[in-house]
Design a protein around this ligand. Structure first.
Ligand code: ZN
Length: 219
């Protein structure tokens, strides 16, 4: 299957992408990983991306599209893939359509993970991180420490990162919707969008997604 995964921050997109890719035996192609790989391997595209990033500029679409194209041409992606973070705008979506058409294939589905905004805020704004070790992560509701404000693992002080504040989360969601809505509309016009609720346990969301993809495939 050829799938594009979309969803707001806090929807557990990265986790779902990993499980879905495993269940469907297709590679999980995440834009962040593409950038890291191209830059660390010193490819031409990686060098170009680096130059823009070092200059504090946005990496142009053609660079990102080039990286995605190279990755999708690798042998493990010939039978399908799950894209995460690409396309990021309608121009990239159109370029992806052209790429796939050239190969005589097409997307099977655009899986849209949906979470109510207040739930996203609760998930992210409830996070508390240990000052001694950023891997010691708690959640006021879902994984509270035994003693308020104290890390269970090492006794360090727990704090809320600036990125996790309610105000920042609401701004990030607004940015996400502004970027994602035109892409979702673009794919909706092609009848490709499959929306599922991302609420609940990770395994339940994966099962829901698999079922929805199966149904969309039959339809
Ligand atoms: Zn700790």
């Amino acid at each position: 299957m050829r799938i594009v995964l979309v969803g707001p921050p806090g929807a557990g997109k990265g986790t779902q992408a990993a499980y879905l890719a495993q269940n469907l035996s297709i590679p999980h192609i995440a834009t962040g990983d593409l950038f890291r790989a191209n830059i660390s391997q010193g490819t031409d595209l990686g060098k170009q991306a680096r130059a823009y990033m070092d200059a504090g500029q946005l990496v142009p679409d053609e660079v990102t599209i080039g990286m995605a194209k190279d990755r999708m041409a690798q042998s493990d992606a010939v039978g399908g893939f799950l894209l995460d973070g690409f396309p990021r705008n309608v121009g990239q979506a159109e370029a992806l359509d052209v790429m796939l058409k050239d190969e005589g294939v097409k997307l099977d589905a655009v899986l849209d993970l949906e979470v109510p905004e207040d739930e996203v805020v609760k998930r992210i704004a409830g996070r508390r991180v240990c000052r001694n070790n950023s891997a010691h992560v708690f959640h006021l509701t879902y994984n509270p420490p035994k003693t308020e404000g104290v890390c269970d693992a090492c006794g360090g002080e727990l704090y809320q990162r600036d990125d996790d504040s309610e105000e920042t989360v609401r701004t990030r969601l607004e940015v996400y919707h502004t970027q994602a809505e035109p892409i979702i509309d673009y794919y909706r016009a092609q009848g490709l969008v499959v929306t599922i609720s991302a609420l609940g346990k990770v395994a339940d969301v994966t099962a829901r997604a698999m079922e929805a993809l199966k149904t969309s495939d039959e339809g």
